[in-house]
Design a protein. Sequence first.
Length: 247
Amino acid sequence: METKLTFDSYVMPMLCPPVPWTSPKSGAYLLTPTKLMRSTDGAIQHQLLLEKGRDEDLHAVLDSLNQVGNSPWKINKPLLDIIISIFNDKGSDKLCIPLPLSEAPEVPRFNPHDPSYTQAEKAYMKREGVKAKKKVAEMHSLRMDALYKLSIANHMRDEIFWFPHNMDFRGRTYPRPPYFNHLGSDVTRGLLLFAEGRPLGPKGLDWLKIHLVNLTGLKKRSSLAGRLEYAESIMDDILDSADRPLD
């Protein structure tokens, strides 16, 4: 059985800073041509309009894309190891780690020509079969998507890397690598860390504690001071969860 995944280079994070955007046709990857503006296959109107305009009119936009793309990232290795262990151990619906097909519902099988079934029973069995097949397809898709993400993260676990960006017609910026990036699910985003740390400042740790409480949804009606006080009261549990996440 094939156990090695192969990806095209342009769907992977870059191991060097992206080429700076200097025009609608020049930027992002070293070798792979990339459009400044995303579009559907065959749609060229936006690209033609961009190329007809003056490059200096786009300097602010290009500078913004370059700034975002120049942010280096690294993998949160302890969390990656935990997620991989859960993934290999049949996943977890609660943690949004997809289950393998061995946990999928069994597709009902029956002979539609069997006279022992009533028409209502046949209709019910057919509906249940369609639902089960749909569930199996969804589980397979989610499982493969998670496999791609975790495989890329594991491949990059000891690297510093970058995400080249482009934009859509509304000016929203997006990382070019489609499978693994900072706009993914909570699981994917949890695997990423900024490679260049910054001091938290005098209140930074307090804001992180408040954010942690916000994620629990338990103190929605409390003041910021109340949320901070609650975080302090459960700090031993927080640290225990960090030290023993699977216990």
